[in-house]
Design a protein around this ligand. Structure first.
Ligand code: CA
Length: 221
């Protein structure tokens, strides 16, 4: 899942980007408020990690505009120690959660997973479609209870399909979910990953909808 990270501190921003990547997210990192709004307008994200003190436009302003525009993406704000007013203002402006610096990367990743889970209306950590169970935290997938080994991108692609079960997704939509700005996207890679997933889960896992895209059907559909 793509996550927009907005943080002007170079060391912290880099650490967050590395930590989220290790946790299986696809982070894009921006260092100011105006850039964050541009990124939100042009890319599709599953969540936002938003620093409050930012150059050009504060995190609170970015958040307030998002909510005013009807953008309901889960937002986790980062605040400095001793700034309880920032946290109150952030939550009141529509933030879903906050972390006080310094924080552990593992906690950031866990809180993001919880926010995404809540946004999808799941109370269980695992995503289940038919015989497949995918656990984003443990990074495991089982088919009829038996573990299946997947590469990082195969896992990410399967997660996108499972979270959108029943929907037809275009190749562009899948690429949008799977790749951050820094990723090298060769041609045909989505098709290659789909081929791998079908080999591991059976040909009927993902339907090709000619001229439109791909679909992971809901069980019984
Ligand atoms: Ca800052």
């Amino acid at each position: 899942m793509r996550v927009l990270v907005v943080e002007d501190d170079a060391l912290l921003g880099d650490a967050v980007q590395v930590g989220l990547r290790q946790a299986g997210f696809v982070p894009d990192w921006i260092t100011d408020g105006i850039g964050a709004e541009h990124a939100l307008a042009t890319s599709e994200y599953g969540a936002v990690v938003l620093d409050i003190g930012l150059p050009r436009r504060s995190g609170l302003e970015v958040l307030a505009r998002m909510r005013a525009d009807g953008n309901r993406l889960p937002v986790l704000i980062l605040t400095a120690r001793d700034t309880v007013d920032d946290r109150i203002a952030g939550l009141d402006a529509g933030a879903d959660d906050y972390l006080v610096k310094p924080f552990a990367m593992g906690e950031l990743a866990a809180r993001l997973r919880a926010l995404v889970r809540r946004a999808e209306g799941r109370s269980q950590p695992a995503v289940v479609v038919g015989a497949i169970t995918l656990d984003p935290a443990a990074h495991t997938v089982t088919l009829d209870g038996a573990p299946v080994e997947l590469s990082a991108k195969e896992f990410a692609l399967l997660q996108v399909f499972m979270q959108n079960a029943g929907r037809v997704l275009s190749r562009a939509q899948l690429e949008e979910q799977l790749y951050g700005w820094d990723d090298d996207t060769g041609s045909n890679t989505i098709e290659v990953f789909i081929h791998h997933l079908r080999r591991k889960f059976g040909r009927d896992l993902i339907r090709t909808v000619r001229g439109v895209g791909y679909q992971l059907p809901r069980p019984g559909a």
